[in-house]
Write a protein that binds this ligand. Structure first.
Ligand SMILES: C[S@@+](CC[C@H](N)C(=O)[O-])C[C@H]1O[C@@H](n2cnc3c(N)ncnc32)[C@H](O)[C@@H]1O
Length: 315
């Protein structure tokens, strides 16, 4: 399993490779699946925040309170902040493994885009892809939160110095100086940070979830946590056992705290030796509200992925 940490993925432009420090192709099916979950999660957070802000004080009838309009408007113009809700509508979200704000749009990812279903996720991606970019999850979250009336504040870290400095011109993004992404979970545990959403895509969660899972479980009792897992279980017995141990832990966490949602796509169309998975650990109010939509999004992507790999003309 250790070979994975040595992966590097290069674009055709050597000038950007050192800066991007990529280990995988941006805009792969894993990124697509993550985005298809993240957009509804961010929208739900913004909407719940707005309902909470608009809720009448105890005893007052809710219909007397007027909320700002939260219609998302046109996705192809920059997401315009709608008037924030009464408490300022600030939604703080934490990405301790943030990477760069966006990546060059590659031919394979542009082709993949053609396979995606119409809807808010695709439109948010298009805002970047028409400029030749693929957005990070942090920017997708930001745009979705804004479009639904929230005021996003991104708290981030990345171990790679160039990735960190690439955020310096991004409005409302704060790089937290620390030793590692993991340390931010410790800060959260000590209540030095209070995010409303946590994103985790560390590349190697599958290999080292043991040290992270209890921190994530504890955060998810209060706020949603969206995790990407590169599940390599088809690669051999050691990988399969690692996955089964993770499943056991997740089942125990779900029993204690409420359902955990999981979405899955095969890693590769031609030679699927792994799976892309996303996990949503969150308070029940989120998992109940999002369960049907996330199931539908995952199933639709799986149908399109399988359809596109079912027949080929090799010539
Ligand atoms: C998969 S990429 C991030 C993708 C990004 N979160 C997104 O969804 O668009 C993983 C990132 O984690 C960073 N990383 C690796 N180990 C880390 C650590 N211990 N602490 C913080 N960042 C780390 C890498 O430099 C890389 O940029």
């Amino acid at each position: 399993m250790s070979k994975r940490s040595e992966w590097t993925w290069k674009t055709s432009d050597p000038a950007v490779n050192a800066r991007l420090h990529l280990k995988y192709e941006p805009g792969n099916w894993g990124d697509v699946l993550k985005g298809a979950w993240l957009v509804p999660v961010a929208r739900e957070i913004a909407q719940q925040r707005q309902h909470r802000s608009c809720a009448a004080p105890l005893g007052q009838h809710v219909s007397k309170v007027t909320c700002p309009d939260s219609s998302p408007g046109s996705y192809l113009s920059p997401p315009t902040p709608v008037p924030p809700a009464l408490d300022g509508g600030i939604v703080r979200y934490l990405d301790p493994f943030a990477g760069a704000p966006s990546y060059p749009l590659l031919k394979a990812s542009a082709t993949r885009l053609e396979l995606l279903p119409a809807g808010e996720h695709l439109e948010r991606l298009r805002f970047y892809t028409i400029k030749g970019e693929w957005p990070s999850c942090a920017l997708l979250a930001r745009d979705t939160l804004r479009a639904h009336g929230a005021v996003p504040k991104l708290l981030l870290f990345d171990a790679h110095a160039q990735a960190r400095s690439s955020w310096s011109h991004t409005e409302d993004a704060e790089v937290i100086e620390c030793a590692s992404g993991e340390y931010l979970f410790e800060k959260r545990r000590r209540k030095l940070l209070a995010p409303d959403l946590v994103l985790l895509d560390s590349y190697d969660f599958f290999d080292r979830w043991g040290g992270l899972l209890s921190a994530l479980e504890s955060i998810a009792r209060d706020v949603p946590v969206l995790v990407y897992v590169f599940n390599t279980s088809p690669k051999g017995q050691g990988h399969a056992s690692q996955y089964l141990r993770l499943r056991k832990k997740l089942a125990a966490a779900a029993k204690a705290n409420g359902p955990i949602l999981l979405g899955r796509l095969p890693y590769d169309m031609h030679c699927p030796q792994a799976y892309h998975e996303v996990l949503l650990l969150a308070p029940r109010i989120f998992t109940s509200a999002l369960r049907a939509e996330l199931k539908a999004n995952s199933e639709e992507l799986a149908r399109r992925h399988a359809g596109a790999s079912a027949f080929e003309v090799i010539q």
